[in-house]
Design a protein around this ligand. Sequence first.
Ligand code: NAI
Length: 332
Amino acid sequence: MKITFYSTQPYDTLFFNRYNDSFGFELEFLETQLNVQTAPLVSSAAVVCVFVNDLVNEAVLKIFSERGVKIIALRCAGFNNVDINAAKQLGIRICRVPAYSPQAVAEHAVAMLLTLNRKTHKAYNRVREQNFSLNGLLGFDLFGKTIGVIGTGNIGKAFCRIMRGFGCSVLAFDLIANKELEAAGVQFVPLIELLNKADIISLHCPLNEQTRHLINADTTGMMKRGVMLINTSRGALIDTQAVIDALKSGQIGFLGIDVYEQEEHLFFRDLSATVIEDDTIQRLMSFPNVLVTAHQAFFTEEALTQITLTTFRNVGELLKTNNLINRQALLV
Ligand code: NAI
């Protein structure tokens, strides 16, 4: 059985080829992103494998359906890029990798938080130029600070535990409180209380109609002045212009983002010799207290191994039984 991959990077080829021996699929790797223009590139594949910025909307799904695509395997957890209802109507099964390494993403959120606080990125460059001055590198103790975590699923849970280990108070907001986390000292509070009290806020909820622009002019106004905001979840959780305004006024003191609303036009590519037309990302990158990474929170050896194995298992199981034992992995 052939699987056609979109948005293939060299590490995808490496990992999927490495683990294919025991599965025996025919693998076709396309570098192009999936959209209406590139959907017809699928020839005889019954399975398509996509990543976070591939567009799986109704028009794309119709093209796939006409070409006999039966399964779309997401090699990621988030599925905000997929029109689930259209897939249901066309009878295309969609699966994903619900939890490959929550630690990978949680640890990257912590890395961003520590970098913004202790300015290790600036210190690294300074010392290489024999500038051993400490001026401008002043940070703060994390111990005793209040962390606000929005979304306490797999990644949010891992992040809460790490921050408890630093000796922080952790306030959480989710649709459902988590007993295990409460036992570990995490306090579930209403969103407004979290926004009012947290020194650092980290976003770990999915992007959907309720959470789109959750961070906007109103909610940034409810935060503590000088708050640190970390987003490793999805770019559109944040109204970027509102956050730029809050950075300019000093309401937001630090911003760490691994995801960006318009990232599909930028991320996963080397654009170092290109004039970037997106003025919003350029403005963001010009702040000294903003750290941008290009959707790399998932990018660990362990996570890629799990993504690869789970994707192959999902496809194998769907082909065999038209179902998945892990219901969380099956979207349609
Ligand atoms: P999960 O499904 O385990 O947890 C999501 C949590 O958010 C759940 O507890 C859910 O109840 C909660 N939630 C849903 N709606 C909410 C709302 N309106 N307000 C507050 N909480 C809400 O998902 P997981 O695995 O923890 O991933 C979270 C997100 O992280 C994914 O949706 C994905 O967008 C993002 N992600 C980013 C990666 C990266 O490389 N930057 C890699 C993997 C995931």
